[in-house]
Write a protein that binds this ligand. Structure first.
Ligand code: GLU
Length: 512
C-alpha cells in the first residue's frame, strides 16, 4: 500500500449541475494527488439511469477545466490519453458488462444472494411493518429469512426461477452482529455494527450494478489508493469495507469531507439558500434544455477561478497560519488532508467576494486591463484608447471586488452624463451655480488640463471669492459627472480632457 502510486478519483453522478461542494471534493482530490505526485481521475457514476441528466457530464468537465484542475485520466482527459486512459471506459454505464462477474464471485462465496421479491411484495411488507409501528423496515440479516430469496428457497426452486427468467436482484449478505471498523483520515476510527446495516442491492435484474458494487469494483480496478469524498457517503463506507474484504482486496484509505453549511450554520447549503440569499452555489451557469431549470454560476458572476478555488479550499481546511491567499500551486504545497475539519464548513458569500477582491489585485495589469476592456465593450462603452482604459480602470480599482465594480459607477468616464442626481441638484444647484461654472470654465481654459493645476486653479477661485468648497465643489461634480460621488473630479477632467469638460459644463449651465 505504502509504495503504490497515489491515485484518487472524483466520481460524480451526472444528475444535474455540479454543486460547489462537489467542486471542493474534486479540488481536495486534486491537491492530494498532486502533492503526492499521483493521478487525479474523473469517473462518471451513471448507473442510476432514472436520475441521468443530459448535459451534466459536460458541465462537470467544463467546471473543472474552468477551475484549472482537469483530470489526468478518465472523462475529460481524452486529449491526454487515448480513450481517457488505460482503464477506459470511465463511464459506468459503458462498463456495465464487467460487473456481473464480480457479483457472481460474491454469490459463489456466499456473500451475496438472489432475491426475487417483487416491488409489490416489498411494498406490502413495508406497509405491514409501518402498521406495526416500524416505519423503517429494512431488508436485512433478520428480515431476509422471511423473504423470497436464495437463502429461504430451495436450490431447485431458485434454479427454476432463474431458468424461467423471473425478475431478481442480487443483494449483499450482511453478516449478523459484527463490528466493521476502519480508520478515516479525517474522522478517525469509525465503527459500525452490521446489525445496523441492510442487505443492499448490488446488481439489478437488468445487469446494471448499483452505486455500491460499481464504486468498489471500479476503485479496485482503477487502482485507487485513497477515496476522498463527501460526508454523505460515510454511511456507505462500512458496506464498502466489507465488500473489499469479501473480494479479498486491499481497501483504499478513506477520507470523508465535511459538509458545506448554510451561512447561518443550520443545515446543508442548497440551491434554494443561494437563490434566497442571492449567491450562486454552482461554478458555472446552468440551463437544462429539457426542464428549463436554470442556475447561476460563479464564473458568470464575475469570479476569477483562482479566487473561487482559493475560497473553496478554505471551506473545511486552513493552513494554520495567517496566510489566506493561495494560488493553486501554493495550495498543492500547503494542503494537508489530515488537517481537514470534521465539523461542517459554514459558507460565507462576503468572504467569497473578499477572496475575489484579493485575487483581482494580484492579476498582472495587462490581464486586468484585458478583462476591463472586454467588460466595457460588453456594456457597449466606447473606449478611446488603451491608455484611457488603464487610467479609467485604476480610478475605481481600490474597492472593487469584481472587474464590473470598476465600471458600474463609471459611465460618465465614457460619455457625457445623461442625467443628473436629482436629490443633489435640489440640494446644491443654487441660483449662483451657473456663475461658478462659467467662471471656472474660463479659468480652466487657461490652465494646463491636468489634475494638479486644475485643482490649484479651483482652490484659487474659492479663495479669491471667499466661497466654501461645499458650495462649488458639488456643482462642478454634477456638471462633469452627473453625480457627486466618485474619485477626484480633477482626475476625471484630466482623463476626459478639456473639450469634453467644457462641453459638459456648458450643457449643465443650459439644462439645469
Ligand atoms: N457517485 C457518488 C457521488 O455522486 C460518488 C461517491 C464516491 O465518491 O464514492 O457523489
Amino acid at each position: 500500500m505504502e509504495n503504490r502510486r497515489v491515485r484518487v478519483r472524483f466520481a460524480p453522478s451526472p444528475t444535474g449541475p455540479l454543486h460547489m461542494g462537489g467542486v471542493r471534493t474534486a479540488l481536495y482530490n486534486y491537491l492530494f494527488a498532486k502533492q503526492n505526485g499521483g493521478d487525479f481521475l474523473l469517473r462518471v457514476e451513471d448507473t442510476d439511469q432514472t436520475r441521468f441528466v443530459p448535459g451534466a457530464e459536460a458541465y462537470i468537465v467544463e467546471a473543472l477545466a474552468w477551475c484549472g484542475f482537469s483530470p489526468d485520466e478518465g472523462i475529460g482527459a481524452e486529449d491526454k490519453l487515448p480513450g481517457g486512459g488505460p482503464h477506459a471506459p470511465y463511464r459506468q454505464s459503458e462498463r456495465k458488462p464487467m460487473y456481473r462477474a464480480f457479483a457472481d464471485q460474491l454469490l459463489e462465496a456466499g456473500h451475496a444472494y438472489y432475491a426475487f421479491d417483487t416491488p409489490e411484495d416489498l411494498d406490502a411488507v413495508r406497509e405491514r411493518a409501518k402498521q406495526a409501528g416500524n416505519p423503517n423496515w429494512q431488508y436485512n440479516s433478520i428480515t431476509r429469512t422471511s423473504m423470497k430469496n436464495s437463502l429461504t428457497l430451495s436450490e431447485d426452486e431458485v434454479q427454476r426461477r432463474l431458468d424461467a427468467g423471473e425478475a431478481y436482484v442480487i443483494r449483499v449478505k450482511m453478516p449478523r452482529n459484527e463490528e466493521v471498523k476502519f480508520e478515516d483520515r479525517i474522522r478517525g476510527w469509525v465503527s459500525v455494527n452490521t446489525l445496523n446495516l441492510d442487505d443492499k442491492v448490488l446488481l439489478k435484474g437488468d445487469g446494471m450494478p448499483t452505486y455500491h458494487l460499481a464504486n468498489v469494483v471500479d476503485d479496485y480496478s482503477m487502482e485507487i489508493t485513497h477515496v476522498i469524498r463527501g460526508e454523505e457517503w460515510l454511511p456507505s463506507a462500512p458496506l464498502h469495507v466489507l465488500l473489499y474484504r469479501f473480494f479479498g482486496w486491499t481497501q483504499p484509505e478513506f477520507a470523508h469531507l465535511p459538509l458545506l453549511l448554510r451561512p447561518d450554520g443550520n443545515g446543508k447549503l442548497s440551491k434554494r439558500d443561494g437563490d434566497r440569499l442571492g449567491f450562486p452555489v454552482f461554478p458555472l451557469n446552468w440551463n437544462n434544455q429539457e426542464t428549463g431549470e436554470t442556475a447561476s454560476g460563479y464564473r458568470e458572476r464575475g469570479f476569477y477561478p483562482q479566487a473561487f478555488v482559493n475560497m473553496l479550499a478554505f471551506l473545511g481546511w486552513n493552513p494554520g497560519t495567517n496566510q489566506e491567499i493561495f494560488s493553486l500551486e501554493a495550495l498543492i504545497e500547503a494542503f494537508n488532508l489530515n488537517k481537514v475539519n470534521k465539523a461542517g464548513a459554514r459558507f460565507d458569500f462576503e468572504k467569497a467576494k473578499w477572496f475575489n477582491q484579493q485575487h483581482l489585485r494580484l492579476l498582472p495589469e495587462s490581464e486586468l486591463l484585458q478583462a476591463y476592456i472586454a467588460e466595457a465593450s460588453n456594456r457597449g462603452l466606447e473606449i478611446p484608447s488603451e491608455d484611457f482604459a488603464r487610467r479609467a480602470m485604476h480610478l475605481f480599482m481600490d474597492r472593487a471586488e469584481f472587474i464590473g465594480d470598476t465600471l458600474d459607477p463609471a459611465d460618465y468616464l465614457f460619455a457625457d452624463p445623461r442625467s443628473y442626481d436629482e436629490a443633489m441638484v435640489a440640494k446644491k444647484w443654487t441660483a449662483e451655480a451657473p456663475t461658478y461654472l462659467s467662471d471656472l470654465d474660463l479659468l480652466f481654459a487657461q490652465t494646463d488640463y491636468t489634475e494638479g493645476p486644475l485643482e490649484a486653479c479651483f482652490k484659487n477661485y474659492l479663495a479669491e471669492k471667499g466661497f466654501g468648497f461645499g458650495q462649488v465643489g458639488p456643482v462642478l461634480r454634477l456638471a462633469i459627472a452627473g453625480t457627486t460621488q466618485g474619485p477626484s473630479i480633477f482626475t476625471v477632467m484630466e482623463l476626459i480632457g478639456s473639450e469634453a469638460s467644457h462641453r459638459r459644463i456648458q450643457t449643465a449651465i443650459s439644462t439645469l
